[in-house]
Ligand binder design. Sequence first.
Ligand code: NAX
Length: 327
Amino acid sequence: SKQPVRVAVTGAAGQIGYSLLFRIASGEMLGKDQPVILQLLEIPNEKAQQALQGVIMELDDCAFPLLHDVIGTDDPNVAFKDADYALLVGARPRGPGMERADLLQENAKIFTVQGKALNDVASRDVKVLVVGNPANTNAYIAMKSAPDLPAKNFTAMLRLDHNRALTQVAKKTGKAVKDIKNLTVWGNHSPTMYADYRFATINGESVKDMINDQEWNANTFLPTVGKRGAAIIEARGLSSAASAANAAIDHMRDWALGSNGEWVTMGVPSDGSYGIPEGVMFGFPVTCENGEYKIVQGLEIDEFSQERINITLNELTEERDAIAHLL
Ligand code: NAX
């Protein structure tokens, strides 16, 4: 039987954590034959640590056969020690009167500390997924703060946007989500992201031809996917949590176990593909095999798509410039 792997999760007492941890421990992320040790990080605040202990009690009470151990801590160097996987969910939410720039700075502090800790104590093969917003820039900061780890080990979550786009296309075409192939989302996890079904197929048929409605694409589909997070907050009074946890599971599972030739979307440091400057943490179509992702190459970028890609790239470049002095 397999040796247990160490999975670190930050923000473990938060709402995404509450949907995420039980699925990791039950084997939905890394497989039903892969034992795990959970290493959970929360802020050094009495209430947060107490809530974390409560979550650990519930994990205990599930008696998951695959869960070998659970560690709760407020120290990143403990949480990330020998970690094989790290899901960085915890982040500073935007408070009342806080500007986007302040949010960037506050989170930059968190992700420089956590990047350094990963650099110092994690497995050299650690696979890092940043969920906490602004996810792409936080992932970029963590990557830059971990110079001894390969840059390719750092990724940001675009999978929720990808999954949201899949369902909108399924609804529009009346087809099943599972039959949609080769869809992707380019860029930043923000309303500027560009969900792109131009290459998508359903049972070999072109989705673009099936829909054949650029007006719907530009004025319904893209805003619906781009503003979905806000729509969930409006409806629920809380931000997406179960769907975000589900996307994190999808992202890590496909990265670790492979995507079977199918396209998935991951925010990864650019290698210069599609003119995206090297190092920019950008949503790309990728395929995964043997624990590695590969950016899908050779796709044609038309004028409309290039405009969209430029908008989301500009936003990421601005975010990067705003935190550059901290790195
Ligand atoms: P919650 O506020 O419920 O939970 C966050 C938890 O993180 C809190 O318990 C907090 O104490 C903890 N935390 C804060 N700073 C920490 C630090 N430095 N170390 C360890 N723990 C820390 O938020 P939740 O709804 O769980 O969302 C978490 C993050 O995911 C937010 O930044 C949110 O914006 C982001 N999201 C990202 C998505 C994506 O697609 N990339 C979608 C969903 C979500 O909005």
